[in-house]
Design a protein around this ligand. Structure first.
Ligand code: ATP
Ligand code: MG
Length: 227
């Protein structure tokens, strides 16, 4: 089943001589439960694409449909709710709130949404992410790998429709990197969580079901690796 459909997506920044065409007429679909890797050189438009898929940044033209619904027909307020409920974002530099502890960071999107924390899911995540015993620690009391595991917890807590990760291992050594990839693959396999990961690391891209390569705002390769 199709989860995301991207049609003729373009994004330009700036005006006149300073115009940058970050994405130029990009179209593709992502199936429910798919693990998609996005690769491409620096400045090719990968993060721009991920942000538009996640409801973070409006496209200049074109459409994004999730479960058949036009994401950008929403108002900004509706888009904020969409982001909290339907999208889990993971970044290279974790983006945790420094004054909040592990549990507070993980449950933040749920609380911001005015909903009750599912304690069973929280316990399960803390266990899977090997964060038990670290519940009350602040981000600066955690290793890089642990901080990234907290940000995965935050992304998964709401059981979003899609997890979007922008270079999630870019700041980690190879052992921590592979552990983060294993956790993302676990959630993809065990929960059928649709997963889109931007990576510069060929060995990570090759673990995906499918790889899309972007250059200069265009898709230059779209290859199924496994079904
Ligand atoms: N807010 C912005 N204002 C102006 N130009 C921008 C903005 N964000 C991105 N760009 C430009 O759009 C292009 C695509 O940027 P993007 O961040 O999507 O690249 P990327 O593929 O993620 O690169 P990297 O691998 O270095 O992270 C670049 O030329 C960049 O300079
Ligand atoms: Mg980027």
């Amino acid at each position: 089943m199709e989860l995301l459909r991207i049609e003729h997506l373009s994004k330009t920044y700036g005006t006149g001589e300073n115009i940058v065409r970050a994405l130029d007429d990009v179209s593709f679909s992502v199936a429910q439960g798919e693990f998609l890797a996005i690769i491409g050189p620096s400045g090719s438009g990968k993060s721009t694409l991920l942000h538009i898929l996640g409801g973070v940044d409006r496209p200049t033209s074109g459409n994004v449909y999730m479960n058949g619904e036009d994401v950008y027909s929403r108002s900004d307020a509706e888009l904020a709710i969409f982001r909290r409920r339907e999208v889990g974002l993971i970044y290279q530099f974790y983006n945790l709130i420094p004054v909040l502890n592990v549990i507070e960071n993980i449950t933040l999107p749920v609380l911001m949404d005015g909903r009750k924390v599912n304690e069973t899911r929280l316990r399960e995540l803390l266990h899977t992410l090997r964060l038990e015993g670290r519940e009350k620690h602040l981000p600066n009391q955690l290793s890089g790998g642990q901080q990234q595991r907290v940000s995965i917890g935050r992304a998964l807590m709401n059981a979003p429709s899609v997890v979007l990760a922008d270079e999630p291992t870019g700041n980690l050594d190879s052992k921590n990197s592979q552990e983060i990839v294993e956790l993302l693959k676990f959630s993809n396999r065990e929960y059928g969580q649709t997963l889109i990961v931007i990576t510069h690391d060929e060995s990570i891209a090759l673990q995906a079901d499918r790889v899309i390569a972007i250059e200069d705002g265009h898709i230059v390769r779209d290859e199924v690796i496994r079904r």
